[in-house]
Design a protein around this ligand. Structure first.
Ligand SMILES: *[C@@H]1O[C@H](CO)[C@@H](O)[C@H](O)[C@H]1NC(C)=O
Ligand SMILES: *[C@@H]1O[C@H](CO)[C@@H](O)[C@H](O)[C@H]1NC(C)=O
Ligand SMILES: *[C@@H]1O[C@H](CO)[C@@H](O)[C@H](O)[C@H]1NC(C)=O
Ligand SMILES: *[C@@H]1O[C@H](CO)[C@@H](O)[C@H](O)[C@H]1NC(C)=O
Ligand SMILES: *[C@@H]1O[C@H](CO)[C@@H](O)[C@H](O)[C@H]1NC(C)=O
Length: 320
């Protein structure tokens, strides 16, 4: 009888340990700037898993206000069993399955007001699979809402100098220069290269200091077969134009763009350079039918080269 009680007691301990491991979510009191929450072990070491373990850890960030939080989630894969896996449901809803042979460490981002979940599943406890999740919360500044400019003003965003958004426009917005697109699901892809929003607004979320985006209303982009934006640097960049193409050149750091080495391939050439984006209210600053032979300097931050069925070459450089 004594033995029986002892055995019962042991089972109870094992059971309660398994229950404690299961699905302990991050308490709201732990969700604050600069805090790191380690799941399940506080010191961040790997947690050994029993068999038939199945738990979903939801990691969410508060709804954005003027200040909010984002999270960096690191999943450490110590899986050993072939039937064991970790299923990460990212903020966009897309899933990533991590198995024993996969990456040992994976990192995900949780933008303000979103959720990522990590489901950990084991079949047998014999394989001694392990895992750890580390969640770092950081403050996020939410910029004011910005109405996109129309007419001859180009819309661009450089998070080095400004933190703004969401952008709203009277029409769909096309990202004609995007240095990094992270996890987008509110765009449609028009023939590969360009990102066009499916609504009239766009929120830019940046995790890096040097993110540059150029945004155009779709009305500016649609008249062209090809449309691209290029940041100007201090070294000369060569360009050759396509049949019906617009190339927006932007000097993010200053004002001043110098164009040189014009070589008109097809004559007559009906091409031009306008200040700002290719809007019908933009001013023509260079008519390429004049076949310019020397460097042309423009004291503007941004301009657009429009080919109109003319093939030509040129170089451009940021003069400041
Ligand atoms: C959480 O885990 C990380 C390693 O992933 C460790 O550096 C950190 O000290 C841990 N946090 C605490 C409170 O122990
Ligand atoms: C985790 O999130 C999902 C989806 O929002 C929800 O259905 C589920 O109840 C959550 N689980 C916990 C433990 O909060
Ligand atoms: C050009 O700008 C004007 C004035 O902002 C606007 O009404 C017009 O729709 C724009 N045209 C194009 C092609 O985007
Ligand atoms: C690309 O554009 C062409 C011409 O508009 C269209 O016929 C084709 O279906 C498009 N392809 C994709 C993948 O959207
Ligand atoms: C500019 O383009 C817009 C839309 O494409 C058009 O409605 C408007 O009449 C044009 N304005 C001029 C001055 O051509």
């Amino acid at each position: 009888m004594k033995n029986f009680i002892f055995l019962f007691f042991c089972l109870f301990i094992v059971n309660s340990a398994a229950t404690a491991l299961e699905c302990t979510q991050i308490p709201p009191s732990e969700i604050y700037d600069s805090n790191t929450v380690n799941i399940t072990k506080k010191d961040g070491s790997l947690q050994s898993l029993p068999g038939n373990f199945n738990c979903v850890y939801n990691i969410s960030t508060p709804i954005p206000a003027s200040h909010s939080l984002y999270a960096i989630v690191t999943v450490t894969n110590g899986l050993k069993g072939v039937n064991d896996y970790i299923l990460v449901t990212k903020i966009t809803g897309s899933e990533r399955k991590i198995v024993s042979a996969g990456n040992k460490v994976e990192t995900y981002k949780v933008i303000p007001g979103s959720q990522l979940s990590v489901q950990v599943i084991t079949k047998s406890g014999v394989m001694k699979s392990q895992f750890a999740i580390s969640v770092q919360y950081h403050s996020a500044v939410i910029g004011p809402s910005v109405q996109m400019k129309t007419g001859s003003e180009m819309n661009f965003l450089d998070v080095k100098t400004i933190n703004q958004g969401p952008f709203t426009s009277l029409t769909y917005i096309v990202l004609t220069l995007a240095t990094e697109i992270y996890e987008v699901d509110d765009f449609f892809y028009d023939n590969g290269s360009k990102f066009t929003t499916i609504s009239h607004h766009l929120t830019v979320v940046s995790f890096q200091e040097s993110l540059i985006q150029v945004l155009n209303p779709i009305t500016e982009v649609q008249p062209f077969i090809n449309f691209l934006s290029v940041p100007m640097v201090k070294t000369e960049t060569p360009f050759d134009t396509g049949f019906n193409e617009a190339i927006q050149l932007v000097n993010f750091d200053s004002a001043g763009i110098v164009m040189d080495r014009f070589q008109i391939v097809t004559k007559p050439c009906n091409a031009k350079v306008v200040a700002g984006p290719p809007n019908n209210s933009s001013k023509t600053i260079l008519d390429l039918s004049t076949n310019p032979s020397k460097a042309q300097s423009f004291n503007v931050k941004d301009l657009t080269v429009i080919s109109n069925g003319c093939f030509f070459l040129l170089t451009a450089v940021a003069s400041n």
